[in-house]
Design a protein. Sequence first.
Length: 243
Amino acid sequence: MDRRSVGEELYRQKFVAFGLAEQFEFLGRDWTSDHGRKMFVRCRACGSEFTIWDEVFKGRQKNLYCKECGASSGDGRIKARSKDVDAAMIFYVEGHSVKETAARYGFSCSDINNYVKRRGLSNGKDWHEAGCEANRLKAVKTLRKCRCKGRTHRFRANKYGCEYDPTVNLKRLIEKNGLRCALCGKMCDLNDHSWRNGIGPLYPTIDHIIPMVKHGGHVWSNVQVAHAVCNYKKGVNVEEVGA
């Protein structure tokens, strides 16, 4: 089978897969056009023949219709009726993300999102994961500024005009107060490195009882041990907030 015959068969299979063969008949490709991107089509209702571009296979055309008798392939986008879309939706509902589904079946993420929305589908995972990832990155960005480095605390003390004691660090604070979180009362975990930069939600951090932004100093009388996540939730509040 030569190259043109393979191309003809490929287009014929797509024509059937996209549900166009019920109303129209695929006759062949017009090889005089740009790389054979035009197709010869016959309307089954009135028998008129005309040419169409292969754009119908790329989701850029809603339906195929005959100008002579008005016969149409139906409502909705042609690409959305492809069997590949059905298989992609099954794959998505099984628990895979939009990105994984798009990569496997050759669609864009926006196409998959549109198909999911139109069919009212959900795997209960993708949007949850996206939300968790956004919250995690936000927490990491905030915690990166609050990690127990004397240089960072010295800079903040100078910025907000509060007292700074260079002897206050996390190691000495743990030796003094232990690993129990002062905000929620549970134990911290020094081995929790599930977030970036070697820190996790249960990792111990230095919490300022009166935040430095409110002129609470970086001194022994104003510091306590707290989970990273508890410290993040507390923010700039003076009162203690449980996890």
